[in-house]
Ligand binder design. Structure first.
Ligand code: KIV
Length: 287
């Protein structure tokens, strides 16, 4: 009888890059230690995405997210991930100015979180920066197609690649960052023909979000697939649970128990109070 050995190998950017065209890469977001622990060993890649600005902090976009927020959440996720490759997003304004600015902030993220690499948005315009970082030891996950940090330029969260010009742009962006050394590329919000053309044309894995099954892997915001947010559900999200309703139902049951004094019950209480036990003993026991 053969006993299956659990796969305890730590995923690295280099290992994920070698998965091109092979077993699909499973990627999810994680912003905290408990979430990273729950997903570790299931997802190959955990992204501490700047989507946390909208998902955790309630911002309207990712633009207000700061480097300090990304470092705090990045370090928390790394503490919960023994096997997954943890990548931390560079927030808006922390890398666009120059390759030197990007290196300074990416090095801070790497040193202060212990993550395996960083992600940044941008194709051709960021290729020089990607090369600068990779040549100095920082693995880069690029992000092209719909780039949420450019929402004010593109005029909203709208899919990219719907006409020839846009499709060519996505293709040129993919070539540029792949050539610059990105170990993989997130493609967000594009259609199947564009995602397929890009995936077939470049030598590194593509990880899609709203970009069809043609990619080498998929990523979703974990809170979206868990149904933790009750707001708008994008078309590309598949819900695997309805945690928002479960939380509301659990909290309502607790509220009812508190109001009816059914909680706490005797099993949730400590032993008899020392006040009831007469004079205080020489060494008091508090628990
Ligand atoms: O910020 C994020 O979580 C992302 C993924 C959705 C790709 O960029």
């Amino acid at each position: 009888m053969s006993v299956a050995t659990p796969d305890t190998k730590k995923r690295t950017p280099a290992e994920l890059a070698r998965r091109k065209g092979g077993e699909p890469i499973v990627a999810l977001t994680a912003y905290s230690t408990p979430m990273a622990r729950a997903l570790d060993g299931i997802a190959d890649l955990l992204l501490v995405g700047d989507s946390l600005g909208m998902v955790v902090y309630g911002f309207e976009s990712t633009l207000p997210v700061t480097l300090d927020m990304m470092i705090a959440h990045g370090a928390a996720a790394v503490r919960g991930a023994a096997r997954a490759c943890v990548i931390v997003d560079m927030p808006f304004g922390s890398y666009q100015e120059s390759p030197a600015q990007a290196f300074k902030n990416a090095a801070r993220i790497m040193a202060e979180t212990g993550c395996a690499g960083i992600k940044l948005e941008g194709g051709e315009a960021m290729a020089e920066t990607v090369r600068f970082l990779v040549e100095r030891g920082i693995p880069v996950l690029s992000h092209i197609g719909l780039q949420p940090q450019s929402v004010n330029v593109i005029g909203g969260f709208r899919a990219q690649g719907r006409n020839e010009v846009e499709a060519d742009r996505v293709m040129a962006d993919a070539h540029a960052v792949a050539k610059a050394g990105a170990f993989a590329i997130v493609i967000e919000g594009t259609n199947e023909p564009v995602a397929r053309r890009v995936t077939e044309a470049i030598p590194v894995p593509t990880i899609g979000i709203g970009a069809s099954p043609a990619c080498d892997g998929q990523i979703l915001v974990t809170e979206d697939l868990l149904g933790l947010s009750d707001g708008h559900k994008p078309r590309f999200v598949k819900r695997y649970a309805e945690l928002h309703q479960m939380i509301a139902a659990a909290a309502a049951a607790y509220a009812e128990d508190v109001r009816s004094r059914a909680f706490p019950g005797p099993e949730h209480c400590y032993g008899p109070s020392i006040i009831d036990r007469g004079p205080k003993p020489a060494t008091s026991q508090r628990r």
